[in-house]
Design a protein around this ligand. Sequence first.
Ligand code: 9MR
Length: 375
Amino acid sequence: MSHRALRGRSPASAGAVALVVLCGAVALVVTAALVLAVPGQEHTEGDLPELASARGVDLGVAVAVAPLREDAAYREVVTGNYTSVSAENTMKWDSVQPRRGAFDWGGPDTVVDFAESNGLRMRGHTLLWHNQQPQWLSEGAYGADELREIVRSHTDALVGRYEGRIGAWDVINEPMADEGGAIRDNLWYRVLGENYIAEALWMAHEADPRARLYVNEFGIEGGGTKADAFYTLIADLMERGVPLHGIGFQSHFIVGQVPEDLAENMRRYTDLGLEVAVTELDVRIPEPVTDARLQEQARDYRRVVEACLEVEGCQGVTVWGVDDGHSWIPDWFPGYTAATPFDADYDAKPARAAMVEALARRARQGGAIRGAAAV
Ligand code: 9MR
């Protein structure tokens, strides 16, 4: 591109061209993405994974086994837009160990094989949680020694099976009570006491010493009693040298209600030497779904991606569900819907373009390119 070719262009486009010259391949990708990313426009293949990789963050998505096996269009949304996957349900206890000692690897293998054959990183979800427990476990009336052995063999089997293939695990899911500052009164807490959290982290560490181990929680994205109590719990684990590497901010939001202090709350943990990740992002819309609400939702998605990019040590953002037709929201929150960046026909919504914008804009501002994200 000669200087002559720059004359007569607006300063903005001249600047963009200069950036291309200066930054080479990365800026080319960014510029292409901006041109293609018209809100509401259908599918711009490839650009989100490239932009995320250029920013050194992962953009992930939670996947379900049946559509992954049966629906090529579903798979294409994943491979065309994301760099990592989480298993939405199939690695939970009731799926993996439906009867004591009898493991079902069909679903987990499908997800891990799919990820590997498409060059996607994997997040493991989840080891200790109060939901989706098989009956034998929840009604077992086990003493501490036996329950500890059950946790150990489950962890060895699941984490060990995928050792070196699943980069990060949500070892503990939702350890705090829904509201307030108490530890959740779940099976693990009742039988093993509060130290179950540290014990489970040590067991996971032994099963795969290289895996990044997370505690995953909701309601900590903004400040408040629960967020503060959770922080105290985590700071104590760090103080004690427990093998904990990351904090998952689930981030199930209502449209228009992304907390202002999301980045600030993430920094509390990165200041402790931890990484953070947005692990279950969705933004639910009260019916009826209007264009204005879809635009507001897009702003929310953009803000969350921007918050992650602002925080050195934010590893990435995972969206909870591939499309609105495979989202947990309508079943769990009647009257709310349309929480993901793709509609039920797999067409991209404005939220997808907004994630492109967030990733592209910050790259254009010349922020440091991070190293490859190690999920
Ligand atoms: O998305 C999951 C949904 O399909 C299940 O029915 C539900 C059962 O509890 O779990 C959902 O995923 C949850 C995740 O594992 C942990 N954080 C909250 C998510 C939404 O409930």
